[in-house]
Design a protein around this ligand. Structure first.
Ligand code: ADP
Ligand code: MG
Length: 538
């Protein structure tokens, strides 16, 4: 079945057609802001002082085929997933039991937990939390079964690329339909672009519209509204802060959100670099609501009260170079602004939590405990997206024995990936590298990793990639689909379940990488932005 889809896709291009298509894509990306700042490997610092240049984001020339049933399933699960992670972040006691043994061996998690405890001691003054989530999946194929959807990870902090993903879908749609769907100039005719129907396959023509930007900004707007009026006296105008890395290259993805937020919700937002938190914000910690006040350096006479701090930074230990960075995190966490995410929500997104959630009866049924109001069918549907995962810790000797056995044996390790509690790509250890890696570190440190079975995406997919340095590659590829969602909830003392105030799903990110590359991040340089062409079996 999928063999039929991939057999002659993407359509072959003559040299002239390829040249036309690449030039069109290069021009379209810059015209529409489907762009990134180049790395110094592409443009050396001395020819690009202040990193003012922009280049196309890495993109595929064609959308990638994807089964509509799996896309629909991923979408249908998102609000339940949102609720699940809200419930986990709301249950500090449960998270503590998960973090307890990790913080013994992971300094970064230990410091995050300690920062949370410091704020708890001062007393949290904000009882609402915003999650802007992305659940990532790959298609898993085994023998003759149709492809199934398996989750790679659930992101609870800095879930990025919603802005650029919308543009890729728009660009691929333009390429497939301009000036008409029957006779596009950029793509050679191909059945998949024109509502193709064979005896076994039906295609939907062009990429589904991508609503990631409106979904994500609606989440920010809901939190902004829920914060209510300024708590300062005299009252101040309110704003949202985008907390960003000092050397952010993915700025246009973020600007797509802030532009939409202002245009469609009338909410001003400002970009605050992590190194400027302490100088550009002020918080009266003796005020019962601890309003966080931001002063734009370019307009010091106008102060704003911050309703939401949206973290597009401070998710990785490399961003906490000195004690000022931790002081800034503490400062923001302690303030009265709504955090997206709070420290507890960041921790809820750790790989360890994802592994623990795969436990099922006769082990603890955490899904049922966190989602008591959902039917068994819904929980089974969620569970069907879990790939087998194992602990390497010693709290559960039976589970530990299984995980360690699989990880140390070269033959079984070859079908697994070892993941530390990190975000952002480039941290995992794959296949036969796992046994020597584990043997090279003290056994007491193994518990900071989880072992996950490898997902096997369809073998026959190809696509062509235009990289940010202008290079063009045609290769066998693997794609990863992310579904966006947002959730705003309120925590009440002593109440286990969060009070969910806003819970939405909408928009997707398709990332495609060469088959021989293990890692998957776009920002980390492994993947390209892509979109979907949906097909159904008939
Ligand atoms: P990160 O937080 O670094 O993004 P991920 O869990 O997403 O961590 O892993 C990074 C990449 O590794 C993914 O984008 C995917 O390409 C690959 N990967 C992760 N888990 C698996 C798996 N179980 N099977 C196949 N590839 C995987
Ligand atoms: Mg990932």
């Amino acid at each position: 079945m999928s063999t039929e889809i991939y057999a002659e896709y993407p359509p072959e291009l003559s040299t002239q057609q390829e040249r036309w298509l690449i030039q069109t894509v290069k021009d379209w990306t810059i015209e529409h802001g489907l762009a990134i700042r180049p790395s110094t490997a592409i443009v050396p610092e001395k020819t690009n002082p202040g990193n003012v240049l922009a280049t196309n984001a890495p993109v595929t020339l064609f959308p990638s085929p994807f089964p509509k049933s799996c896309y629909d399933q991923a979408r249908s699960l998102q609000q339940t997933y949102n609720e699940l992670y809200a419930a986990i972040a709301n249950d500090e006691g449960w998270l503590e039991t998960i973090m307890e043994e990790l913080i013994e061996v992971d300094d970064f998690l230990a410091k995050l937990w300690e920062t949370h405890l410091r704020v708890k001691k001062d007393g949290y003054v904000q009882n609402m939390t915003l999650g802007m989530f992305r659940s990532d999946y790959m298609l898993h194929t085994s023998e003759d079964c149709p492809p199934s959807l398996k989750q790679i990870e659930f992101n609870t902090i800095s879930s990025s690329f919603g802005g650029l993903a919308c543009l890729v879908a728009e660009m691929h749609t333009h390429l497939a339909t301009y000036p008409s769907a029957q006779h596009p100039v950029a793509y050679p005719p191909h059945p998949l672009f024109s509502n193709y129907e064979s005896t076994s396959i039906k295609s939907i023509g062009h990429p589904p519209s991508n609503t990631a930007v409106s979904t994500l900004t609606a989440g920010l707007a809901a939190a902004h509204q829920a914060y209510g009026p300024s708590k300062s006296s005299p009252q101040l105008p309110t704003c949202i802060l985008f907390l960003v890395q000092d050397e952010e290259r993915n700025i246009f993805d973020q600007l797509a959100l802030s532009r939409h937020l202002y245009k469609h919700h009338g909410i001003p937002s400002f970009r605050l670099r992590t190194s400027k938190v302490m100088s550009d914000t002020f918080c009266a910690f003796d005020h019962p609501s601890r309003p966080l006040v931001y002063t734009p350096p370019s307009s010091p006479s106008t102060k704003y009260e911050v309703t939401v701090v949206y973290f597009r930074a401070l998710y990785s230990p490399t961003e906490y170079e000195n004690s000022d960075c931790w002081a800034s995190r503490y400062w923001l966490e302690r303030s009265g602004a709504i955090k997206c995410p709070s420290i507890l929500l960041q921790l809820a997104g750790s790989k360890k939590v994802q592994q623990v959630l795969t436990s099922r009866p006769p082990g603890p049924d955490y899904l049922k405990a966190f989602l008591p109001n959902h039917s068994d069918a819904t929980l089974d549907n969620l569970r069907s997206t879990f790939a087998p995962q194992y602990s390497l810790s010693s709290t559960d000797p039976a589970v530990q024995a299984e995980g360690i056995k699989l990880a140390l044996d070269r033959a079984t390790a070859a079908n697994h990936v070892l993941k530390p509690q990190r975000e952002g790509g480039g941290n995992n250890i794959y296949r036969t590298n796992i046994p020597p890696f584990l043997k090279s570190i003290p056994e007491s440190e193994w518990k900071q990793y989880i072992l996950m079975e490898l997902i096997h995406p369809p073998e026959q997919a190809h696509n062509t990639v235009l990289r940010s340095d202008g290079a063009v590659f045609m290769s066998d590829v693997i794609s990863e689909l992310g579904i966006f969602g947002t959730c705003l909830w309120k925590t009440a003392p002593g109440v286990k379940q969060p009070e969910v105030m806003h819970n939405t799903e909408g928009g997707y990110l398709m990332r495609t990488k060469a088959k021989d590359s293990d890692e998957g991040g776009v920002a980390a340089g492994f993947s390209s932005l892509d979109s979907l062409i949906l097909y159904e079996e008939v």
